[in-house]
Design a protein around this ligand. Structure first.
Ligand SMILES: [Zn+2]
Length: 465
């Protein structure tokens, strides 16, 4: 974090920071008054609760009032409003304002935003706008990411992220990626490796602010206090996660329900982070918008409350499923192979669905089984064979017949039709396996309904290979 100053005194400390005497941004009193312009009791109480952490390290008491401080009580004070379209704050000891107009629906982020804006109020500037920031924050990628992700104007991105202050006199601690005054790295870089950011004051934040506000806290005590905070924060985040999950699960309708990891839908769909919306029958829903993972409570609430599919009764959903199932029956040269139905080569899925050519032939050696009609249909749509033109497909089938014929013979055996005398096969079971050299004698005295069945059986006979 950084503070602008007038007089600078150098002091080397353990975390390598500088200290100064007088700064118009630093408050020189025991309490600061905040006047709530608006906000629900819940919003106001969150501010009071979360901002406490700064009180602990500055020794300053935050006083909150709901009426404008009177003229005779004149002192500098801050107004707090929950209106407007952004979160921002004046900096330091002025008659300033904190605007919390864009608070998240996630309490963990709300806390971190409130702490960040109070950091400005205490005189701190953005960590990521320091001139000694790492190079990866200087790239044009960051600007593009800012415009894309935050849906902000170019000038907003310059003022709040890209611009560095070169001409100011300031004091600073060592560069701190974990500082509450640093924007979330994942948000500003778009890089997934920064996913788990710090959501509260970092150790350096505490060390530095305590020093700025002349708090005489020993390193040992500070470390202890920090440990305690970490523990509290962990508990807080865990509880927030649980509460959020509880609230999201309450959104279920008679046809839709949210699904939280590690649970999976019956057809094997899940979201590793966030929530998916599936049918109340525990199967996933086919529309593309139900393949998204929702992180925000607001988004998932909106989707479940507004999507027509989620307004159906259970019976209507079952009826819909039937029509989807019909729609997913075939594609191009292929058709669906339903559960426990065998294809020509005796392949079948005991669970889920597969697909075959329209002649009921297997595609590949052993095609996969899919959890739902829809996923088997999706697989058909991207299968080369299913997409072949008519002539190409005829050629494919010709090749398949040749390959199939080759399979009638193995090293020592062959599949034949009615070449045996000493066993009697029922009608329709015309095939058997014989040794190449002794064609009169069926090997295992078994009869098969198709060449495929016999080929499969021959594959299992060690003797034949
Ligand atoms: Zn800020």
């Amino acid at each position: 974090m950084r503070v602008f100053i007038f007089v600078l005194v150098f002091l080397s400390t353990q975390v390598n920071a500088f200290v100064f005497y007088e700064d118009t941004r630093i408050w020189n009193r025991d309490s600061i008054t905040f006047y709530f312009l608006d906000g629900t009791p819940q919003q106001q109480s969150e501010v009071k609760q979360f901002a406490k952490l700064w009180e602990r390290y500055t020794g300053i008491k935050f006083v909150y009032v709901n009426e404008k401080p009177g003229f005779f009580n004149f002192k500098q004070f801050y107004t707090i409003s929950f209106k407007g379209s952004s979160n921002q704050s004046s900096v330091g000891r002025v008659n300033g304002e904190i605007q919390l107009g864009e608070l998240s629906d996630n309490i963990v982020y709300r806390k971190s935003t409130i702490l960040h804006e109070f950091g400005h109020m205490l005189g701190l500037s953005h960590e990521h706008q320091r001139q000694d920031r790492p190079d990866f924050l200087n790239s044009t990628k960051v600007l593009e990411q800012c415009k894309r992700q935050q849906v902000k104007s170019k000038s907003w991105c310059y003022n709040n992220i890209l611009e560095q202050n070169f001409n100011e006199v300031f004091v600073e601690s060592e560069y701190d990626l974990d500082s509450i005054m640093h924007y979330d790295l994942h948000t500003i870089t778009g890089d997934d490796k920064y996913k788990d950011n710090n959501h509260s004051l970092s150790y350096i934040d505490k060390y530095f602010i305590a020093m700025l506000y002349n708090q005489n806290i020993s390193d040992k005590t500070l470390k202890k206090m920090h440990q305690q905070d970490l523990w509290e924060q962990q508990k807080f985040e865990l509880k927030a996660d649980k509460d959020r999950e509880k609230n999201i699960m309450k959104l279920s309708t008679s046809s839709c329900k949210p699904l939280a990891y590690p649970n999976k839908s019956k057809d094997g769909k899940y979201c590793e982070s966030g929530f998916m919306i599936i049918g109340s029958d525990d199967y996933s829903l086919p529309n593309p918008e139900f393949k998204t993972c929702y992180i925000s409570l607001k988004q998932i609430t909106k989707k479940i409350q507004q999507h027509p599919l989620c307004q159906l009764t259970r019976n209507q959903l079952a009826y819909k499923r039937k029509s989807w199932s019909d729609g997913f029956q075939s594609f191009g040269n292929c058709k669906r192979l339903d559960t426990n139905k065998r294809n020509n080569q005796e392949f079948y899925c005991t669970k889920g669905f597969s697909y075959v050519t329209k002649n009921n032939d297997l595609i590949g050696d052993k095609t996969k089984c899919y959890g739902s009609e829809e996923s088997a249909y999706e697989a058909m749509k991207s299968d080369k064979i299913c997409n072949l033109s008519k002539t190409e497909f005829n050629e494919y089938q010709r090749q398949q017949t040749i390959a199939q014929k080759r399979k009638l013979t193995s090293k020592y055996c062959q599949v034949v039709k009615k070449k045996y005398q000493n066993i009697s096969c029922p009608k329709g079971f015309d095939y058997t396996i014989v040794e190449k050299d002794y064609t009169d004698e069926p090997i295992n005295s078994k009869c098969f309904a198709s060449t495929h069945q016999a080929i499969n059986a021959m594959g299992n006979l060690r003797y034949c290979h």
